[in-house]
Design a protein around this ligand. Structure first.
Ligand code: FES
Length: 660
């Protein structure tokens, strides 16, 4: 008789095992990740699985609850003391009795909550760098003079296979006290058992694993943070490293804004002020620490339970956060002080989490293409597929990655802050009161718009104030793209972006402004600003979009392709712009519209992946090594591409998708 067949979902891994094999052992043998803290003592409850009943046709596995052993005394005790959700079993106790389909619950599903308008729900398989390992030590014995710490290492090797463990220095003086502490609220850890939980961390290189934390009794939770430090916003996820559950996600503005609005002005600040670098480093670390406080409060966690931190950032933010002078990044050849991934103790850069917590930063791709672009690349994975994928993260600097399985190239392009509403006469950041969507009637040239904080389209008369009372205050980035595109589509501006003054005869919305003309989007009521789109505004958008497009086009030329198969917009800006308008403006190359997707904070998602699965760290480190970096400033051809891209949508490139 052949052994029963066991299939694990969602990984699809399967194998045959003798009757009586604990399901946890079968999972381990197949490389299916199932968490365990207590080492199979049926006390931590982390190894829960579900049996999928029914006929799993494709693999001819008939699975039923009779094919798994009934609950034994240990599992029953766990259920009595801690409770076990309906249908769940402890895989360390339950054994195989027949063919089985086992569902390993995955709590980390990246979905719309985390990634706005995410392309698909995605599961991050866990293989965290941190592992909690419960062990029971032998009691000290006068005849065996082995130290407490050494007996701990013996137990960790025996039960968990850890060899050559190092110990975080701060723990050494505490070991004896921790080993002798008995917790009254842990009935599972009976008195006389020297039960402790070690927090073991494995870095990426071949270095030895470290004991970074030690707790009396059974410690059953460990958290990590994944953080993206942007020049405007710092975003963070707090994640349970044991279940993969995202406990909280939050953001705060980067306090470095008071030293300079954009990246280059912050570099100038460092160059001009002797204490500038230090002040900015301190400001960003304080903001990170208070954001940790915020996510811990929201996620009902303790910052002392955070043991691993992953950071991504653009190169200048990366350097300032690490305390490195970014001056070299302000001028050619834009030399990074360090481009590779880094790992060290979090407390070394004043991050207020557990004293033993480790910190990892993703590698930077180039002087202007940072660890944030590496995070987005890890998240979207152009190198994992055959399709030619264009990945753009639009900020004051657009970071552009283009490639597929065979080859990936990257560059940055100086778009300036126009897309964020700066340098635009009525521009503002996305906030209640900002116009976010615009349509212009091609016959009458009358506009309709939607304002953040309302969900209705309105015009000048029809606008109703909602409970918020700020009135209509300006235009945010997404609406700037739309209004310029709509002005082009309705014939108000020419292909070269010039406002047609002769239309004054047709519509009172076209108004003179010195020697040029503006479009009056909204007259405004008392106390509200008059909102116009000036010739200068249109010029600023043209310059920004031409910089982005020329960068994209350069990479397409390097790849030898005329079109791209799929486009991913990362970052907040991308979440709000309509792909159609981005294409009308010629911000992005021609592409099937359904293949243009906004992926939200992909850099943060990449950080999350690296936090939850250490294999992803190796993966992105290898990929970044393979990515070819293109410096747009050094390409003689770039200027011509830029000039061609000033026209709407472009002087030379066709946009067949727009014709449809
Ligand atoms: Fe801890 Fe199963 S491994 S309860």
């Amino acid at each position: 008789i052949t052994d029963p067949l066991v299939l694990f979902m969602p990984s699809g891994k399967r194998g045959r095992f003798p009757v009586g094999t604990p399901i946890l052992d079968a999972a381990r043998q197949l490389g299916v990740y199932v968490e365990s803290v207590c080492g199979g003592r049926a006390t931590c409850g982390r190894c829960q699985i579900e049996v999928q009943e029914g006929n799993f046709a494709k693999h001819k596995i008939v699975s039923s609850n009779d094919h798994i052993s009934p609950k034994g005394p240990k599992e029953e005790r766990y259920e009595r003391v801690r409770g076990l959700p309906e249908g769940r079993r402890l895989s360390c106790s339950a054994t195989i009795a027949g063919d089985l389909v086992i569902d390993v619950p995955q709590d980390t599903v990246i979905n719309a909550q985390v990634v706005r308008k995410a392309a698909t729900d995605r599961v991050i398989e866990r293989n965290a760098a941190v592992q909690l390992c419960y062990v029971e030590l032998e009691e000290p014995d006068m005849h065996k003079p082995l130290g407490d710490l050494d007996r701990l290492k013996v137990a960790l090797e025996k039960d968990w296979g850890w060899k050559d463990l190092l110990v975080a220095p701060h723990l050494i003086p505490q070991v004896q006290k921790i080993l002798r502490t008995k917790l009254p609220d842990q009935p599972e850890v009976s008195p006389g058992k020297w039960g402790v939980t070690a927090v073991v961390h494995r870095d990426m290189d071949s270095s030895r694993p470290f004991i970074i934390g030690l707790f009396p009794g059974l410690k059953n939770e460990a958290y990590g943070i994944a953080c993206d430090i942007g020049s405007t916003t710092i975003a963070m996820h707090l994640v349970s490293l044991l279940s993969g559950r995202i406990a909280a996600s939050s953001g705060t503005s980067n306090p470095q804004i008071r030293f300079g609005e954009d990246l280059m002005s912050r570099v100038s600040y460092v160059m001009m002020n002797p204490d500038g670098r230090e002040a900015m480093t301190k400001a960003v670390r304080e903001a990170v620490n208070s954001l940790i406080g915020k996510v811990c409060e929201e996620g009902q966690a303790n910052r002392e339970d955070i043991f691993d931190c992953v950071f991504v950032a653009n190169p200048i933010m990366h350097h300032l956060f690490l305390g490195i002078d970014p001056t070299e990044l302000g001028q050619a050849p834009f030399a990074l002080a360090v481009s590779g991934a880094l790992q060290f103790w979090a407390h070394e850069i004043d991050i207020e989490v557990n004293r033993g917590a480790r910190l990892y930063t993703l590698p930077c791709i180039a002087g202007h293409v940072g660890a944030d672009a590496a995070g987005a690349t890890l998240s979207e994975g152009p190198y994992r597929q055959d399709k030619m994928m264009l990945l753009v993260d639009v900020g004051t600097n657009a970071e552009i990655v283009l490639g597929n399985r065979n080859r990936v190239v990257a560059a940055s392009s100086p778009t300036g802050p126009a897309f964020e509403g700066a340098e635009i006469s009525s521009g503002q950041r996305a906030a209640p009161g900002a116009i976010e969507r615009v349509r212009i009637d091609p016959e009458t040239l009358e506009p309709k718009y939607r304002v953040i904080g309302t969900d209705k389209w309105s015009d000048e008369e029809g606008f109703e104030e909602e409970s918020w009372t700020t009135g209509v205050t300006g235009i945010c980035g997404s609406a700037i793209i739309e209004v310029v595109a709509e002005m082009y589509l309705s014939g108000i501006i020419s292909e070269d972006g010039v406002v047609d003054g002769t239309l004054m005869a047709k519509s009172p919305r076209i108004i003179p402004n010195g020697r040029t003309f503006s479009y009056l989007l909204r007259e405004g009521r008392q106390g509200e600003p008059r909102i116009t789109v000036t010739q200068n505004d249109i010029r600023a958008i043209q310059l920004a979009k031409a910089a982005l497009y020329a960068g994209v086009k350069l990479l397409m030329e390097k790849q030898g392709v005329e079109t791209v198969d799929t486009i991913r917009f990362a970052g907040a800006f991308g979440s709000f712009i309509d792909p159609k308008y981005a294409m009308v403006l010629g911000l992005i190359p021609d592409c099937v519209l359904s293949e243009v997707k906004a992926v939200g904070n992909a850099a943060g998602t990449g950080a999350l992946m690296a936090l939850l699965n250490r294999d992803h760290r190796r993966e992105i480190e290898q990929e970044v090594g393979r990515i070819e970096k293109i410096e747009t400033a050094l390409e003689p051809h770039f200027q011509q591409l830029f000039i061609n891209a000033m026209a709407l949508p472009n002087k030379v490139d066709p946009f067949p998708q727009l014709a449809e």
